[in-house]
Write a protein that binds this ligand. Structure first.
Ligand SMILES: CC(C)(COP(=O)(O)OP(=O)(O)OC[C@H]1O[C@@H](n2cnc3c(N)ncnc32)[C@H](O)[C@@H]1OP(=O)(O)O)[C@@H](O)C(=O)NCCC(=O)NCCS
Length: 337
């Protein structure tokens, strides 16, 4: 017997510390790095982002994930004890070991669940929902908590004004549950892919000392994000468009059938270019990059949660999720809400 899967609850959490473009420009000026509110707004659409307070919490990623998860569970009418499986999409875990998913499991008291992280960078949430769906379809799991969660700002290179202005911290969660195979409300289909040839366009090297493996000193300065923004921009526009069209085609839908386009929030100009190529009206594109920047795996679940809670997303509507991230990883998904 096979089943379908559907999202029954969503949640999101951001650190309270709001960093506007002006705040960031002032901080960068102290490092002799020049930027401005105007440049950031015009080139990215970002106005502000949030940074977790690392001095107050040793595991800020797991804490944000727990806050988002609790909201999602409440919306779904579930408790932590109901969860069979936890998947956290993250590329900025609080610790390499243990996983953020295990930290989260402990924090919310999901004692029955088994837990793992997925590192698919900004595609982590979509990869997580697809993985959850597989376990649900085969009957292995009934209730899966999927979270996209990042505290990326400690990895930013403040000398690189092209990348450090883009990213923020945040967490978004979804409860994915078993549904009857013919349920009208369900995850309909997806298209995942990866292409390692673009690995060096966006990377965070490890922080050990390469010169002396026996050194006690970890070389944190090496562990900063390296990004080729211009090249990523081109690949992102091309592949987001291509994956969206492929997943629509696979299901016999056309772009007019879409009620909401839920893309990864990397840069407002990328979203505009993709919408234009897809011939999708701007009103159908969900956007939060202006307020939170690029929160990597958290962008899609947080904007999804916002639109569910404010009533834009309604039962029966068709949603197209579309992600790309370092790796490169790609993932598009269609669901009937
Ligand atoms: C990074 C990005 C914002 C840069 O915007 P862009 O319009 O491509 O700008 P360019 O890199 O061509 O740089 C144009 C100029 O602005 C300058 N510049 C870059 N960042 C700047 C900043 N924060 N403030 C002011 N000037 C800046 C550059 O130095 C360059 O100056 P030059 O012409 O004198 O050399 C854009 O390429 C982008 O968003 N790429 C995608 C990145 C991404 O999505 N990463 C995450 C993937 S999940």
């Amino acid at each position: 017997m096979t089943f379908a899967a559907r999202i029954t609850g969503t949640g999101s959490a951001f650190p309270p510390n709001r960093v506007t473009n002006v705040d960031l420009a002032n901080e960068l000026a102290k490092l002799n790095v020049e930027t401005s509110d105007q440049w950031i707004r015009e080139r990215t659409g970002i106005v502000e982002r949030r940074y977790a307070d690392l001095s107050k919490d040793e595991i800020p990623n797991a804490s944000l994930a727990a806050a988002a998860a609790e909201q999602a569970l409440e919306m779904a009418g579930k408790t932590a004890e109901d969860i069979d499986q936890i998947i956290v999409g993250t590329c900025s875990p609080d610790t390499l070991l243990p996983s953020t998913a295990c930290r989260l499991q402990h924090k919310i008291g999901a004692r029955r669940a088994w837990a793992m992280d997925i590192n698919a960078a900004c595609s982590g949430f979509v990869y997580g929902v697809v993985t959850a769906t597989q376990f649900i379809m085969t009957g292995q799991s009934r209730t899966v908590l999927v979270v996209g969660s990042e505290v990326l700002h400690p990895y930013l290179d403040w000398q690189d004004r092209g990348s450090c202005i883009l990213f923020g911290d945040g967490s978004g969660a979804a409860v994915v549950e078993r549904a009857p195979e013919d349920s009208p409300q369900r995850i309909l289909s997806w298209n995942l892919s990866s292409d390692g040839q673009y690995g060096d366009l966006l990377r965070i090297p490890p922080f050990y000392s390469e010169e002396n493996p026996f050194s006690d000193e970890l070389s944190c300065k090496n562990s900063k994000m390296l990004m080729n923004g211009r090249e990523i921009f081109k690949v992102a526009v091309r592949t987001l468009t291509q994956f969206a069209l492929q997943v629509l085609d696979k299901n016999g839908f056309s772009i007019e059938d879409i009620d909401w386009f839920v893309p990864h929030q990397a840069n407002q100009r990328i979203l505009e270019a993709v919408a234009q190529r897809l011939k999708l009206p701007a009103e159908k594109v969900l956007i939060n990059v202006d307020r939170y920047g690029n929160t990597s795996a958290a962008t899609i679940p947080t904007i999804l949660d916002e639109a569910v809670r404010d009533g834009r997303i309604q039962k029966g509507q068709l949603l197209l999720l579309d992600a790309f991230g370092a790796g490169f990883t790609y993932g598009a998904m269609l669901m009937r809400w």
